[in-house]
Ligand binder design. Structure first.
Ligand code: NAP
Length: 253
């Protein structure tokens, strides 16, 4: 396979984990199809990656909480098969469930559940036909603790990925849920969340998270929890009462 012959699509590719996925997939020689809302920022990322890696980089400006946005991305997937799909785009909500509006909650559900489900459904048939493919769904360690609708949607992502990996891995398609803890990205800043009470040891580097995620996906793992400390926390959360893990998880947002 020549460099750039195979394409990796990354949603939410303009910052944080998505930008790192784009970078590290380009380092592995993949052509890229990058999705986010901010057209100008997508163009900057495109120009930068083309200049450094000399690979094809397409951009698809789309709002993934709208039907039109998701349809545009599905149309691109139908046009030419992907080798890798990274469902990464996402955001949190500023308010807890009782204070957020139901429209905000619905958009949050869409970006974390409806959109990755639709894009996975669009990408899978061609991957299965070719007998090769990798789907990486960015979840969170919040999937393992009661944490409002954010924890609930991320649990859905982990559950679907576990099932899909068992189902499709024998046919050449790995599905991996990536479950990071706190990562330095724009996620919390966009929320305007105070992070003063988050100890420094709980923060992860986006590049290290993505390197672990790609390594685990390459090994066909259904779930990737980057860093030993978060693997230990997830193991502990299975044995402590949920009221206690909920109090711990309530730090930050
Ligand atoms: N940071 C953490 O601590 C952490 C921990 C665990 C899991 N995660 C998960 O990691 C994923 C990536 O988040 P991040 O931390 O990298 O955050 P980030 O730096 O804020 O990046 C979010 C990306 O998603 C895009 N995006 C947001 N809303 C979108 C929409 N409606 N349509 C299309 N694209 C949209 C953004 O670009 P535009 O604004 O241009 O659309 C941006 O490229 C999320 O699924 C998040 O839940 C994050």
């Amino acid at each position: 396979m020549a460099r750039g012959d195979e394409t990796a699509m990354v949603t939410g590719a303009t910052s944080g984990l998505g930008l790192q996925f784009a970078e590290q997939l380009a380092q592995r020689g993949f052509g890229l199809a990058l999705v986010a809302r901010d057209d100008a920022r997508l163009r900057e990322v495109q120009a930068d990656l083309i200049s450094r890696y000399a690979l094809p980089v397409e951009i698809i400006p789309a709002d993934l909480v709208t039907h039109e946005g998701v349809s545009a991305v599905e149309a691109r997937i139908a046009g030419r098969p992907l080798r890798v799909l990274v469902n990464n785009a996402g955001f949190g909500l500023k308010q807890p469930f009782d204070r957020a509006t139901i429209d905000e909650e619905e958009k949050h559900l869409d970006i974390h559940v409806r959109t990755p489900m639709r894009l996975m459904h669009a990408a899978l048939p061609a991957m299965l036909n070719r007998g090769t493919g990798s789907i990486i769904n960015v979840a969170s360690v919040s999937a393992f603790t009661p944490r409002g609708t954010y924890g609930a949607v991320k649990s859905w992502v982990v559950s679907l990925s576990r099932w899909a990996n068992n189902q499709y891995r024998p046919r050449g398609v790995q599905v991996t849920a990536v479950c990071p803890g706190f990562v330095h990205t724009e996620f919390h800043q966009r929320l305007g969340a105070s992070l003063d009470d988050i100890p420094s040891w709980m923060w992860l580097d986006a590049g290290a998270v993505v390197a672990t995620a790609l390594r685990d996906a390459g090994r066909g793992r259904a779930v990737s929890i980057p860093s030993l400390r978060y693997r230990a926390l997830v193991s502990a959360s299975r044995i402590v009462p949920s009221s206690l893990s909920q109090r711990f998880a309530a730090r930050g947002r």
